[in-house]
Design a protein around this ligand. Structure first.
Ligand code: SF4
Ligand code: SF4
Ligand code: SF4
Length: 501
């Protein structure tokens, strides 16, 4: 042992009475934790490599394994937590920026859990969703703010391009490269079956997935990877990615080691070259510049597709959204600070940005106050974990929600939070062929469809309980929400009353 030694975070408990030395755990672990000692006919393990992905636990045929958090304690105190001390040691060892994946894990307020939903009693009776129709369909895009008539006085019912979703949820951006071919295929299949959309992220669209175009959002990010005319025309909508909740203000980096084969072709960059997305778009320094890109993309697609502008939730998000709503964009997507990522500097992920709940409430209110709410639809993401979060987001003013981490969990992710290693044992955040094939797209899409079907039932139950029979009637209906344990200022920003009022 040496000054560089850090005690492993997890310990592997193997029940020797149950273990039959079948070596399944050894084959299932890409981190090479388990090994077989032929001389003594026993299994051994190197716990320092374990990330607690639970793959070996799930596949052990005799349930001989469990992973527990190590109880080896450092002399922590309220100021110097074990995590902080370990991070200092890691940086002193490596001299590098700490990298993490998935969303901000800090114990900051989760406002969704401090908001309660209303239900009808006595008057305005509730609706039984099993017996009466409930409308969960939504249309995203610009809406007219007043009734329009043609020159002859007839009603003008033409609308700018709209996205139709069977429920107010979309799978948010995850690039091919950060996640596997089979993960992308699972999302594409499920989105098509569900009548919603998935999102290419910034890695381009694999040629095999053009057939799912009607259920695809194609993204244009600062690196412009894989962007060409056919790509833009392939999707149902185009998303300009300005920012991401997990790493606001900085760019992205997919290491050259992952730019191989199809990923290099799809991104249109040479094999082995690092895919670096610059922090800003080099042609956008003002709302006028953004407007130029919005209209260039509309021009390139004959004004047939809505354009989404995605930004991270940051301090002055209401003013930023107000500018975007005037840029010609049809939809604004806002990503909160708990949004996931395949890789981000730990310090940025954990300390930059604001909660999506506050950002959403502030943006919706600002756009209403300025009379431009109908200029754009609002889509919010950044840790939407359940149907309850969706309902609360809609009532706070969102038109729909972006879901990513929950979708990955449905695909088998166990939130080991080491996507950046490229060794995802569940075949999701990896490009290793032997790991990718562990995720069967048919099974993956079925699980995604199950999850969303369950959420749709739950959304209908919430709405029925409130006596509301359509998402449209719930949108921005903050009277249906109450805060619990929040300060006056928090309630003011959220635009809701306290429970009991
Ligand atoms: S998978 Fe289970 S039974 Fe097989 S070697 Fe590992 S611990 Fe033992
Ligand atoms: S990394 Fe995953 S598969 Fe490997 S030992 Fe740990 S829990 Fe098991
Ligand atoms: S996608 Fe894979 S590597 Fe990433 S957190 Fe989930 S299980 Fe871990």
């Amino acid at each position: 042992m040496s000054i560089e030694f850090i005690y492993p975070e997890f310990e592997i408990i193997r029940n020797e009475n149950r273990c039959i030395s079948c070596r399944v755990c050894e084959r299932q672990c890409a981190n090479e934790v388990h090994s077989y000692d032929e001389k003594h006919n026993i299994m051994k393990c190197d716990e320092s490599k374990c990330v607690n992905c639970q793959r070996c636990v799930s596949f052990c045929p005799t349930r001989a394994l469990k992973i527990v958090k190590s109880d080896c304690t450092l002399r922590e105190n309220a100021n110097w937590s074990t995590e902080t001390i370990k991070e200092i040691h890691k940086q002193a060892n490596s001299g590098g920026v700490l990298l993490s994946s998935m969303g901000n894990p800090k114990p900051l307020p989760v406002y969704w859990d401090k908001i309660l939903i209303n239900a009808s009693q006595v008057t305005n009776p509730s609706i039984d969703p099993l017996r009466e129709p409930m409308e969960t369909r939504v249309y995203l895009g610009k809406k007219p703010s007043k009734v329009q008539r043609k020159k002859d006085g007839a009603l003008d019912c033409t609308l700018p391009p709209q996205l139709e979703l069977s429920m107010p949820v979309m799978f948010s951006a995850m690039s091919y490269g950060s996640i596997s071919y089979n993960a992308h295929k699972s999302l594409a299949l499920a989105a098509t079956e569900l009548g919603i959309l998935y999102n290419t992220g910034e890695g381009g669209l694999h040629e095999d997935f053009y057939c799912y175009g009607e259920n695809t959002v194609v993204q244009v990010a600062s690196g412009r990877f894989g962007v060409h005319a056919d790509y833009l025309k392939a999707g149902a909508a185009i998303e300009i990615k300005i920012g991401q909740g997990a790493k606001p203000g900085i760019g992205g980096h997919l290491p050259g080691a992952k730019i191989v084969g199809d990923i290099s072709r799809t991104r249109m960059i040479p094999e082995g070259s690092d895919a670096i997305s610059p922090a800003p778009h080099h042609d956008i320094y003002s709302i006028e510049d953004l407007r130029q890109l919005v209209f260039s993309l509309k021009e390139a697609t004959e004004y047939k597709k809505p354009v989404i502008v995605k930004v991270a939730a940051v301090h002055n998000i209401a003013a930023i959204a107000s500018g975007i709503a005037r840029s010609g964009a049809d939809i604004i997507a806002i990503d909160g600070f708990r949004g996931g990522t395949g890789a981000a500097p730990t310090r940025i992920r954990d300390h930059v940005g604001i909660p999506i709940e506050l950002a959403l409430a502030a943006v919706d209110q600002r756009l209403r106050d300025e009379g431009i709410r109908s200029n754009v639809s609002l889509v919010v993401g950044g840790s939407i974990r359940s149907a309850a979060d969706v309902v609360k987001a809609i009532a706070l003013g969102a038109d729909a929600c972006y879901v990513a981490t929950a979708a990955l969990l449905a695909l088998g992710c166990h939130l080991c939070r080491t996507c950046q290693s490229g060794k995802c044992n569940w075949g999701i955040a990896t490009q290793r062929p032997e790991l990718v094939k562990r995720l069967n797209p048919a099974t993956g899409s079925e699980r995604l469809i199950n999850l969303m079907t369950a959420w749709r039932h739950e959304i209908k139950e919430f709405m029925g309980g409130m006596g509301i029979n359509s998402i449209e009637a719930l949108r921005g209906n903050r009277l249906m929400l109450r805060g619990i344990g929040l300060t006056e200022k928090e309630l003011e920003i959220l635009g809701i009353s306290h429970a009991g009022e």
